[in-house]
Design a protein around this ligand. Structure first.
Ligand code: SAM
Length: 359
C-alpha cells in the first residue's frame, strides 16, 4: 500500500514538472506545493530551477552595489526597524556627494549597477534625485541605476525614468489586501502600493516586486497568492527574503522566516519565470551563514554587496542582526568571488539586465 507521504511526494513532483514545462499553476496547486514541502521536494525543485537559470544566464551571477542612502522614513510599517516611530534608531541621510562617491568606488571595483535604497525621506525630492541620476549616468554611462525609495506619484516615477533610472524595486509585500493591512498602519494602502507597481511598469522600468517569507499572519495560501501575482504581473525582478523580527517594532516577538522555505520559493519563482532577476538577499545571509549561497543553489542569480559608507552601515537596521561586515560588503570582492565559486557559478560584473523579457 502506498503511504500518504508517497502520494503527496508524487503529486508534488508532478506539479514541479508541470511548472517547469508550462511556467504556471493554479493558486491551489502552488499552495499544495508549499504545504507539502520536504527536503526531497525542495532539492528536486532546486535542481530544475538551476537548470532553468543556466539555460538563460549560463553560470553568471550578477552583482549590484547596494547603497543605503537614508534611514529616515515617514512610514510606520509594523515590521520595519527604520519605521518613523522607532525613536531608538540613529538616523542618517547621505549627501549627493557621498552617494556619488560610493557609486564611484563601486564602479572602480567593477560594479555596473548601483542600487540606491532608502526610507521614504521627503528630502529626496524629484529635483535632487533627477540631478543625481543624471550625474551618475553621465559619469558611468555603461552602468544601470536602480532606485528603491518607496511609493511616489506616477509623475515623479516618470521624471526619474526620464532622468535615466533603469530599474525600480518596490516589493508588493503581500498580494492580499487583508494581509497588507495587518502589516501596515491604516494610512498605508494596498491599492496605492499596487497602483505604484503598475505605474512603474507602464512607464517602462524594469520593475522588481517581492515579499517577506514568514511575515506575521502569512499563510501558505497567501504565499500561493504571491506566486500567482508574480506569474501574472511578470516582473523583471523579484526580491524575497525571510522576515526577521526587529526588537523595536510591534512585531518584536514574532517568529522569523526560514531559509528552507525561502530557498524553496526561490526555486518555484525561477520555474515560474525562468528569466527573472532573483536576488539571494541580505536577509537570507543574515539568518544563516551561507544562506545566500544556498539561495544561488536554489535558483537565485543576483547578489547585492553593501556599498553604504561603513560609518552608516549599522544604522540601516531594518531587522535585528542584519549582516554588515564580511561577505556582504562590496569591498571584500575576493571573498565574494570565492563563495560564489563554491556554488559552481561565477560573478558577472556586467550591467546584468534581464534577458528575453516578455510582458
Ligand atoms: N522604503 C522602500 C520601500 O518601501 O520599498 C525601500 C526600503 S524597505 C526597508 C525595503 C524592504 O525591506 C521592504 O520592502 C521589506 O520587504 C524589507 N524589510 C523591512 N523590514 C524587514 C524585516 N523586519 N525583515 C525582513 N525584511 C524586511
Amino acid at each position: 500500500m502506498e503511504q500518504d507521504s508517497d502520494i503527496q511526494s508524487k503529486t508534488s513532483k508532478a506539479l514541479i514538472d508541470k511548472l517547469e514545462k508550462e511556467n504556471h499553476l493554479t493558486t491551489e496547486e502552488y499552495a499544495f506545493l508549499i504545504e507539502n514541502q520536504t527536503e526531497t521536494i525542495a532539492s528536486y525543485a532546486a535542481e530544475k530551477a538551476v537548470k532553468a537559470r543556466e539555460k538563460i544566464y549560463g553560470k553568471s551571477i550578477y552583482v549590484r552595489a547596494l547603497i543605503e542612502i537614508s534611514n529616515i522614513c515617514k512610514n510606520n510599517c509594523f515590521y520595519c526597524g527604520i519605521r518613523v516611530e522607532n525613536k531608538s534608531c540613529r538616523r542618517y541621510r547621505l549627501s549627493a556627494d557621498e552617494i556619488f562617491d560610493c557609486a564611484s568606488e563601486a564602479y572602480k571595483l567593477g560594479f555596473r549597477t548601483f542600487v540606491l535604497q532608502g526610507g521614504e525621506d521627503a528630502f529626496f525630492n524629484d529635483d535632487f534625485l533627477c540631478n543625481l541620476v543624471e550625474k551618475l549616468k553621465i559619469n558611468f554611462s555603461d552602468a544601470a541605476v536602480t532606485l528603491s525609495l518607496g511609493e511616489r506619484t506616477k509623475d515623479s516615477y516618470k521624471r526619474l525614468f526620464d532622468a535615466g533610472t533603469d530599474r525600480y524595486l518596490l516589493r508588493h509585500e503581500t498580494a492580499d489586501r487583508e494581509h497588507y493591512q495587518k502589516l501596515h498602519p491604516k494610512e498605508m494602502s494596498f491599492d496605492n502600493r499596487m497602483e505604484c507597481i503598475q505605474n512603474l511598469k507602464e512607464i517602462g522600468y524594469q520593475v522588481g516586486i517581492g515579499f517577506m517569507v514568514g511575515s506575521p499572519f502569512q499563510t501558505d495560501l497567501l504565499i500561493a497568492k504571491d506566486l500567482k501575482f508574480i506569474e501574472t504581473f511578470k516582473p523583471a525582478m523579484c526580491g524575497i527574503g525571510p522576515f526577521i523580527a526587529h526588537h523595536a517594532t510591534p512585531f518584536a516577538n514574532k517568529s522569523n522566516g526560514t531559509v528552507a522555505k525561502t530557498t524553496f520559493l526561490l526555486s518555484l519563482i525561477r520555474l515560474i519565470r525562468p528569466n527573472i532577476l532573483l536576488p539571494a538577499t541580505t536577509a537570507l545571509g543574515s539568518v544563516m551563514n551561507e544562506g545566500r549561497e544556498k539561495g544561488i543553489l536554489s535558483g537565485a542569480n543576483i547578489i547585492m554587496p553593501n556599498m553604504t559608507p561603513k560609518k552608516n552601515r549599522k544604522d540601516y537596521e531594518i531587522y535585528d542582526n542584519k549582516i554588515s561586515t564580511g561577505l556582504e560588503s562590496a569591498q571584500n570582492i575576493q571573498e565574494l568571488i570565492d563563495s560564489i565559486a563554491k556554488t559552481k557559478c561565477m560573478i558577472d560584473f556586467s550591467k546584468g539586465d534581464a534577458k528575453y523579457l516578455n510582458g
